[in-house]
Design a protein around this ligand. Sequence first.
Ligand code: ZN
Length: 298
Amino acid sequence: MPATPLRIALTLDDAPSVAGRADVAPGDPSRMDRILEVLQRGQVRDCAAFVIGRMAAGEERRLARWLEAGYALGNHTFGHANADRVEPEEFLRDVERCDALLDSIGAFAQGRPRLFRYPYLRRPGHPERRRWLEDRIETLGYRIVPAGLDTFDYQFEVPLGRSVARQDAARIARVEVRFLTAATRALVGDARALEAHERRSVRHVAFAHFGIVADRCLDRLVDRLRAAGATFVPLAEALEDPIYLRYRVEEAANGRVAGALVPRSLAGRIRRWAVGQSMRLGLFAQREYGPLRPHLAE
Ligand SMILES: [Zn+2]
């Protein structure tokens, strides 16, 4: 098919900061301010930040600055639990607790939408529990926001955090380039695979996190994606794509729409297996510098 421009809505999870690991890449809420600057400088005018209530305590001013700059805040629960591992009633209380916090800082004022994203993109596996929970979340006024395209930034948090902690410039550069190469390849590859499967241009939702990787690399990732033909579109516009209605009813789908909806060809499965084997052989480099093909590593 002809290469149409990729239309991507960018979203960021775990605002104001991923919890991180104290020994390698501790959480750092000031990332949210730097990332806001990157978005503004890079003219990415729409980006929803999904807030972990527990990480936001005391950071209300920072969250308010994000809103004042015209960007959206969404609900990512208070404690970041896996919805497939806790009781739906307990999970719902966690959503409501984050809702109260967001409401108190005016996140939904002036007609701003209520956006919700599952931690780890995990929905309850049991269909009845899932339906019960999603009905309640939607009754609260939320739109459940899936993510079609993964940057896999979380797989580089430890390698990059460790390199920064050691102040090893060569190592930092190596991890960053690996991330940028892998993320661009994964995003563009998954987007094109989904479009080939749908036989049309799709409006995509991509996600990354408020971690050390986005803090250091988001500006360059935006540049690389633009160089690969991407334009950044508002989330509301992307969510009108029919693919996300299918996500709503899809029984087995997890949050990553492209991975869930595109059936893999036999050739693709063999290639995936072969790459997986070679990655296991190169385990040391994968652990130290991050995976080269993270989308195949799962
Ligand atoms: Zn999260």
